[in-house]
Ligand binder design. Structure first.
Ligand code: AMP
Length: 405
């Protein structure tokens, strides 16, 4: 199957050519005809499957074919974090280049000027808006956004948005949109709360399901049972005895990210941190350094674990066990893209043992527990029944503004 066979508009095909996308991924092959045919859609797929282009391409096709009315917003894309919104916006810039579609990113985190620029753009209208729920809500509450002729609503990473507590914001945003519209919902998982959301806001949707366990198959997974106090030393040990050109370490809190990064930098290791405390521009430049392999070690909070598209990571270290089993799959999916192999190592402290066992159950695989190196000392035993653990964590997302033709 080629993109041409999917009958995409010539301007969109040109964008694909410029982006170097040669043939559609399975989710694109399935979603494009459904969206072009105006059906609502549930897409169960995770990052790395090409899901972003799976909704951008048919929407751009429609915008390019129809000549939308100027001065109104045609498509609203809601994403959980600004990182993901930036990612969508970047793909959009490439794919939309020849269509002349206009778009506005609406996510917070910048200065006061951003808000007034976003306001101006929302008042004047644009073909596509990519935004985070909180920031979109603040604008919609003020009543100037030209959403009364909106035709497409896309919710990306819906499960993550609900986990982050955005349900009410999403429902409030939707209550202001025209009822006659096409709605697309993408989610990595389909827990009952997402089914309910889909039932409430979609009409007779088609459903596409791209198997979740795929990226994990090529990943070599292992775990260490550790006490918290042993974790920093264990990271240093792994780096001392392995040549890892590209490593991401995910930790649960900003403080841990900061402390670990400092400890690695003190060892003269090429490590930098990325967390929601950093300015948007700093985060992007660190991500770019990492993608271009100038930076070897990226230490990050959960915020970037989903949605961010970094290829060819050799190893992911879960400094803490991720909150959800799905997050584990997402994180280790950062490695072993394309045909390469990747490694994923998880540090399990006593509190996290119960949660880790639930991950093993979800992926239907028992992950090898590697004994700690002698220099690190004895770790705890593995007894998930004894150490149930598993409290929730909350995430935050803010953003920035940019307008473009
Ligand atoms: P996503 O799952 O949307 O995060 O996309 C993952 C990565 O695949 C991104 O870097 C996209 O630019 C890339 N991608 C998406 N569709 C294609 C395609 N058809 N051919 C090649 N690369 C693609």
């Amino acid at each position: 199957m080629t993109f041409k066979e999917l009958n995409l508009h010539e301007d969109v095909l040109q964008g694909l050519d410029a982006m170097g996308f040669e043939k559609p991924t399975p989710i694109q092959e399935q979603s494009i005809p459904i969206v072009i045919d105006d059906h609502d859609l549930i897409g169960v797929a995770q990052t790395g499957t090409g899901k972003t282009a799976a909704f951008l391409l048919p929407i751009l096709h429609k915008i390019a074919s129809q000549k939308t009315e100027p001065g109104f917003i045609n498509t609203l894309i809601i994403s959980p974090t600004r990182e993901l919104a930036v990612q969508i916006d970047q793909q959009l810039q490439g794919l939309a280049y020849f269509t002349g579609a206009t778009s506005i990113p609406v996510y917070g985190g910048g200065d006061g000027d951003d808000f007034s620029q976003q306001k101006k753009a929302l008042t004047e209208g644009a073909d596509i808006i990519v935004g985070t729920p909180g920031k979109l809500m603040s604008h919609l509450n003020l009543g100037y956004a030209k959403i009364d002729k909106l035709q497409h609503l896309i919710l990306d990473e819906a499960d993550r948005m609900l986990d982050m507590g955005f349900y009410d914001d999403i429902m409030k945003i939707i209550s202001q949109l025209p009822k006659e519209r096409q709605t697309l919902l993408f989610s990595a998982t389909m827990p009952p709360k997402i089914r309910k959301l889909a039932k409430d806001i979609l009409v007779d949707p088609s459903e596409i399901n791209i198997a979740i366990s795929k990226p994990a198959e090529k990943v070599v997974q292992a775990a260490f049972l550790v006490y918290d106090a042993q974790k920093v030393e264990l990271v240093k040990y792994l780096l001392r005895y392995n040549d890892i050109p590209s490593l991401v370490i995910f930790a649960s809190t900003k403080l841990k990210v900061k402390e670990l990064t400092r400890a690695l930098q003190a060892e003269k290791l090429n490590a930098k941190q990325i967390s929601s405390d950093l300015e948007q521009s700093d985060r992007e430049s660190i991500l770019n350094e990492f993608k271009s392999r100038k930076l070897t070690i990226l230490v990050a909070t959960d915020v970037i674990s989903r949605g961010i598209d970094i290829d060819n990571i050799d190893m992911v270290v879960n400094y803490d066990v991720p909150n959800d089993a799905e997050d584990y799959i997402h994180r280790i999916g950062r490695t072993a893209r394309a045909s390469s192999e990747g490694e994923a190592i998880t540090f399990i402290n006593t509190d996290d043992q119960g949660r880790f066992q639930r991950i093993e159950q979800l992926i239907e695989k028992e992950i090898r527990k590697v004994p700690l190196p002698a220099s690190i000392g004895e770790g705890p035993e593995y007894d998930p029944k004894k150490y149930r653990g598993g409290g929730g964590r909350k995430f935050g997302g803010k953003g920035n503004y940019k307008k473009r033709r």
